[in-house]
Design a protein around this ligand. Structure first.
Ligand SMILES: [Zn+2]
Length: 91
């Protein structure tokens, strides 16, 4: 589980997610399955908010070591969009 802090720290993973463009499927809010379209490998990414801080985890090797991988960033961007839509509908 890594804390999502500054964008600078996550920049490499964000850039890779933009290049690779993995497929992100929503299992439920906060739970995503990320598929590498080239290899077919799938990983589970979980996003949670605790005490106002955002955390995420991925089941790939890098993610298990606590590194921000591109699966994680791809799912996080989908998650933030979903969260914004939910917030917008909650008026
Ligand atoms: Zn990963």
């Amino acid at each position: 589980m890594i804390q999502l802090t500054t964008a600078a720290k996550l920049e490499n993973a964000i850039n890779k997610a933009r290049t690779v463009k993995p497929r992100v499927a929503i299992n439920k809010f906060g739970h995503y399955t990320v598929t590498n379209k080239t290899t077919g490998a799938t990983y589970t990414v979980e996003c949670v908010k605790r005490d106002g801080k955002r955390f995420a985890s991925c089941t790939c090797k890098a993610g298990m070591r606590g590194n921000a991988c591109y699966h994680l960033m791809a799912a996080v961007s989908a998650h933030l969009q979903l969260a914004a839509e939910r917030a917008a509908l909650n008026f």
